[in-house]
Design a protein. Structure first.
Length: 135
């Protein structure tokens, strides 16, 4: 997983996608917090390859699984990441929906603000690099 993120950061999107596809295939039939991350990172790689249709499909798979995650902390973490990616991809209405999801979670306000801050930093770094910078 970390190698897939590294490859995305190096803009080796084809290798990143192959790495994440392997992880997705190996975890087929499972619902896990890790699998959600695999779909998020693979969607970034697919966008880097210009395959927006498939990227959106992978991103949707990730988003559909967020409310079912076993770890509530990861729900918040991935929600913040999803909102940031949607802003990077100029899908502002959907980003706002994920912000609202964060607001409905039973976290202390300080924890929610940490998720938002992480998302803001990801967004700022991505915009300054002119490519998606994850995590």
């Amino acid at each position: 997983f970390c190698y897939g993120i590294f490859l995305n950061h190096k803009e080796y999107y084809d290798l990143a996608y192959k790495t994440l596809s392997t992880l997705i295939e190996e975890t087929r039939g499972e619902t896990s917090d890790e699998r959600t991350g695999y779909f998020i990172v693979s969607s970034v790689a697919l966008r880097g390859l210009g395959n927006n249709y498939e990227a959106d499909r992978h991103f949707e798979n990730a988003c559909l699984s967020i409310p079912m995650l076993k770890n509530i902390f990861n729900m918040g973490l991935y929600s913040g990441i999803a909102a940031s990616l949607l802003r990077i991809w100029e899908r502002y209405e959907e980003a706002q929906e994920w912000e609202e999801f964060l607001n409905r979670m039973s976290f202390p306000e300080k924890t929610i603000e940490l998720f938002r801050e992480r998302g803001r930093r990801m967004l700022e770094r991505s915009m300054s690099l002119n490519r998606v910078f994850l995590f």
